[in-house]
Every structure is written in structure tokens, then in C-alpha cells.
Write a protein of this length. Structure first.
Length: 147
């Protein structure tokens, strides 16, 4: 191969490589979980909800509509607008209050919960179903608080 052919091949390869569109943007379904649950003296519950963005792009979460179950019984729902801008592969927390459907109270020790529903995003636009099953344990030194 002559030097001219080698140079021509290198120039063409360079131009073809520069035509790439950059990193692939992947939008993956987010999830939500309870970071902390506190029972207030009036019987209402204060929740710290963690929203996890598994996508490699930033997302703006605009709403959550979820049901909370403890011991296979629905105890309440979380339906509210959000304005959470979460970078890719990261998480953020929001706080909300909830009135349980009955005088249900978490057990004194550990207990399992299920949080399921839909998280909506405005950028990129989408509605994502999620389900999270986990356990909460009493927070040491904090009365009526589980983490």
C-alpha cells in the first residue's frame, strides 16, 4: 500500500468516527421507597420517600400516585405533584404527610411494607409503574419512627 492510500484511509476513518451521535441515552424505570416513617401524636404519618433515577440522563419527576400496604393491607395512598430534578443514576428525597385509612399503627418492631403505583416524569416525558417491597426497622432513640 502506498503512503497516499494509507493517509486517505486514515482521513476517511477519522471522518466516519466523528459522525457518531455520542453516548447512548438510556431511560430506565424509576422506583420509590420509604426512607423514614414517623407516627405523629395526632395519628397522622410523616413519610420521607426516596425516588431513585436509574436512567443515565437527568429526569424531572412531576407526580407520584402510589399505595402503601403493610401486612398485605392497604393503609393509605400518596398522590401529589412533584418537582424533583434528579441527575442520572442518582436519587432524591421528598417529604409528605399521610392520614392512614384506619387507626392502623406499625408494629413495635420490624415490619414489611409494599409501595406500588406510578411515577410520572415531565422530562423526558413518561409514566412508569413501580413496585417496591422492603422492611422498616425502629430508629434507635426516636419514638414512633422507623427507617
Amino acid at each position: 500500500m502506498s503512503l497516499r492510500n494509507v493517509l486517505a484511509l486514515m482521513v476517511v476513518s477519522f471522518f466516519l468516527a466523528s459522525c457518531g451521535s455520542g453516548p447512548v441515552k438510556r431511560v430506565s424505570p424509576p422506583t420509590a421507597s420509604i426512607q423514614e416513617l414517623s407516627v405523629r401524636p395526632d395519628g397522622s404519618w410523616h413519610l420521607r420517600i426516596r425516588v431513585q433515577n436509574f436512567s443515565n440522563v437527568s429526569m424531572t419527576f412531576s407526580a407520584i400516585d402510589a399505595k402503601l400496604e403493610i401486612a398485605d393491607s392497604e393503609v393509605g395512598s400518596i398522590t401529589l405533584p412533584l418537582k424533583l430534578d434528579i441527575p442520572g443514576e442518582s436519587a432524591d428525597v421528598f417529604e409528605t404527610d399521610m392520614i392512614p385509612l384506619s387507626s392502623t399503627r406499625p408494629q413495635a418492631g420490624d415490619f414489611a411494607y409494599r409501595l406500588h403505583g406510578k411515577i410520572s416524569s415531565s422530562e423526558p416525558k413518561g409514566n412508569f409503574n413501580f413496585e417496591r417491597k422492603s422492611r422498616l426497622s425502629p430508629a434507635p432513640g426516636l419514638v414512633d419512627t422507623w427507617r
